[in-house]
Design a protein around this ligand. Structure first.
Ligand code: ZN
Length: 100
């Protein structure tokens, strides 16, 4: 498998480290339901078929964290984006008055 890094171009999987599922959000540690929220966050994951968003770290390259959309059946990568930009867009969409 090869990953198209937005900074470095197409690189071998050997240069990257898998950081986990990019579709989950870390729970609030101070919420009254933190224990059950963390249990669900760590242990209760869906094993979906099709496209999956994953975090990858370009350890042997630019050191960017990437959100890679990969089909878990075919391993075809349909999108690679810088994780910081994805988080920035998500946070902007969550602001009050946002239209998305
Ligand atoms: Zn890179």
């Amino acid at each position: 498998m090869r990953i198209q890094c937005p900074c470095c171009g197409e690189r071998s999987l050997d240069e990257f480290t898998y950081y986990g599922d990019a579709s989950v959000t870390r729970p609030n540690a101070f919420a009254p339901t933190a224990m059950s929220d963390y249990h669900a966050y760590v242990y209760q994951r869906d094993n979906r078929d099709g496209d999956h968003r994953e975090l990858w770290y370009h350890a042997a390259g630019c050191h960017a964290c990437l959100v890679v959309t990969r089909n878990v059946r075919s391993h075809i990568i349909s999108d690679v984006r810088i994780a910081r930009e994805v988080a920035r867009e998500r946070d902007a969409a969550a602001l009050p008055g946002s239209t998305s």
